[in-house]
Design a protein around this ligand. Structure first.
Ligand SMILES: *[C@@H]1O[C@H](CO)[C@@H](O)[C@H](O)[C@H]1NC(C)=O
Ligand SMILES: *[C@@H]1O[C@H](CO)[C@@H](O)[C@H](O)[C@H]1NC(C)=O
Ligand SMILES: *[C@@H]1O[C@H](CO)[C@@H](O)[C@H](O)[C@H]1NC(C)=O
Ligand SMILES: *[C@@H]1O[C@H](CO)[C@@H](O)[C@H](O)[C@H]1NC(C)=O
Ligand SMILES: *[C@@H]1O[C@H](CO)[C@@H](O)[C@H](O)[C@H]1NC(C)=O
Length: 487
């Protein structure tokens, strides 16, 4: 059966004659997620052990993650009726530790003219006096995308089970005047307050192929006016799905209030790409294009879609998981956005397996013994000692995902691929390769990181997309560390 074996292997297939050091620490645990129901997990090898997953049915984007009176809330796009996308509502779960979740009834579902055809993605904002408010995209009776407001019915209820919608909905809508494309106007972000006290929010959109973040302002969170110019746009970028805009502090890992501006604070604008910039007089000034490319979803949290097709999803009875929430901060240079799984996940670690440092030779596959479960939290670091022979980076190789697909895990190079083979079957018919390659660039070494799913399943119909990114690490100065959460 596919992926039923779980030897954790380290792959090292090149570096002929070159040595380097491998350090590996790994731990695994078997953990029953509170939300997974036993009857569903039986004979379900692909259900995860500790990622967020509802007991059944379709799930996509995480929505409005927030903390209120010490309790974490996660909402998510959910189909109550089946394992394929449709009938979308905001499902709701709460947690005290970001790991164990208690499911509640859906918080927001179609009831109004302005959302009768679906309650799509949006965000939560904490208003003064700790009052949460949700802005979400509704699909109205005319099948237009519009923005709606919902607030908790009873603020004394710690679980915030019931939400009431504003009678003023829709608060933002395409009109004959504003020329907004009614099929490309969705996913409001968490709002922030400018120095003038007015609330601001951005909505993902596009005009022709120019993707953009349309900016709205409001004094009371109910009446919103479109700003003359979008907060930002980029020609050729297409629709901006699930944008995010938030402040981050430079060099400190503590989170900051969403309306924070000033010294030591920069702003992150995320859609498919991440831009880091400064807020100057209320305008977002671009500083630098980061190379991180995200899947749709939240900034802290991201949806991971299925590899299987709809036929198989219906047989399984579910589709989609959420990634582990991550902390985000800027490094000391203020130029590199760093993300790391929240520390809470480390509480799940049991059965630690340490592997001493080893020198790896070209073409070797090293099996890490002591790990036979399909759940692991792997921390590994590679130190490269010799740079005598390194492939030269062709200046035309600017697309890391494409480069990873062309130079998959089985393509030998001078310095790489080296990394991990996870969820590998006996005989290595199936495995998922997570690996690095090092190239010589114009004036520095360039590190490519890839996740190659081309051998993840023997099934021809499964999605085998390869993902890749250039990582901003100097291999002369530091080790290449890799954290893999297998679940
Ligand atoms: C609000 O929630 C609190 C706490 O659960 C409960 O005691 C109270 O009865 C609720 N109020 C209403 C009007 O439902
Ligand atoms: C509006 O969005 C739809 C769906 O993405 C697209 O087909 C159409 O071309 C867009 N219209 C304009 C003017 O961009
Ligand atoms: C945007 O890109 C299109 C082609 O992708 C091009 O025809 C158009 O001139 C560009 N517009 C601007 C303002 O650069
Ligand atoms: C999952 O998402 C990837 C990336 O967007 C996409 O290429 C792939 O087709 C999706 N898989 C399925 C089964 O929908
Ligand atoms: C889905 O995948 C299964 C297994 O590979 C295959 O038998 C089936 O024909 C596929 N269905 C569709 C609609 O592509």
């Amino acid at each position: 059966m596919a992926n039923s074996c779980a030897w954790l292997l380290c792959l090292f297939s090149v570096l002929l004659g070159h040595g380097f050091v491998l350090q590996l620490e790994a731990s695994h645990h078997v953990y029953r997620h509170l939300e997974s129901d036993q009857s569903t997990t039986a004979n379900q090898p692909y259900r995860t052990a500790y990622h967020f997953q509802p007991p059944k049915n379709w799930m996509n984007d995480p929505n409005g993650p927030m903390i209120h009176k010490g309790l974490y809330h996660l909402f998510y796009q959910y189909n109550p009726y089946g394992a394929v996308w449709g009938h979308i509502v905001w499902a709701h779960s709460t947690s005290t530790d970001l790991i164990n979740w208690t499911p509640h009834d859906p918080a927001i579902y179609p009831t109004q003219e302005s959302d009768i055809n679906g309650c799509w993605s949006g965000s939560a904002t904490i208003l003064p006096r700790s009052k949460p408010a949700i802005l979400y995209t509704g699909i109205n009776r005319q099948n237009q995308q519009v923005q709606n407001l919902a607030v908790p019915k009873n603020l004394s209820d710690p679980y915030l089970i019931e939400w009431v919608k504003s009678p003023n909905n829709a608060l933002m809508a395409p009109t004959a005047m504003n020329k907004i494309n009614s099929s490309s106007f969705r996913d409001p972000t968490t709002a922030w307050q400018g120095p003038d006290g007015r609330w601001r929010v951005i909505i993902g959109s596009k005009r022709d192929d120019r993707g953009m973040a349309i900016l709205y302002r409001s004094k009371d969170f109910v009446h919103w006016l479109e700003a003359k110019h979008p907060l930002h746009s980029a020609n050729g970028s297409g629709m901006w799905e699930c944008p995010d805009f938030y402040p981050v502090s430079v060099g400190i890992q503590n989170g900051v209030e969403t309306s924070m501006v000033g010294l030591g604070i920069k702003h992150v604008l995320k859609w498919k790409m991440i831009l880091v910039g400064d807020m100057i007089m209320g305008s977002f000034m671009l500083q630098r294009l980061s190379l991180i490319v995200l899947r749709p979803g939240g900034s802290l949290w991201g949806w991971i879609n299925e590899s299987t097709n709809a036929t198989i999803d219906i047989m399984k009875g579910w589709a989609g998981i959420q990634g582990i929430p991550k902390s985000l901060w800027l490094d000391k240079s203020g130029k590199q956005l760093v993300q790391w799984p929240v520390v809470e996940i480390e509480k799940l670690r049991v059965n630690q397996v340490d592997s001493p440092s080893k020198v790896l030779n070209g073409g070797s596959v090293l099996e890490v013994s002591g790990i036979t479960a399909t759940q692991a939290d792997v921390d590994i670091a590679f130190e490269i000692n010799e740079f005598d022979k390194v492939d030269v980076l062709d200046p035309s190789w600017t697309n890391p995902q494409l480069l990873c697909s062309q130079k998959g895990a089985s393509v030998k190079g001078e310095l790489g691929p080296f990394g991990l083979l996870v969820l590998a079957s006996n005989g290595l018919q199936e495995y998922t390769a997570v690996f690095f390659r090092i190239f010589k660039g114009q004036d520095k070494y360039v590190v490519l990181m890839c996740s190659d799913q081309s051998r993840s399943s023997l099934h021809l119909d499964y999605d085998k997309t390869t993902y890749g990114a250039f990582v901003d690490v100097d291999p002369l100065q530091e080790k290449l560390s890799l954290r893999s959460l297998v679940s």
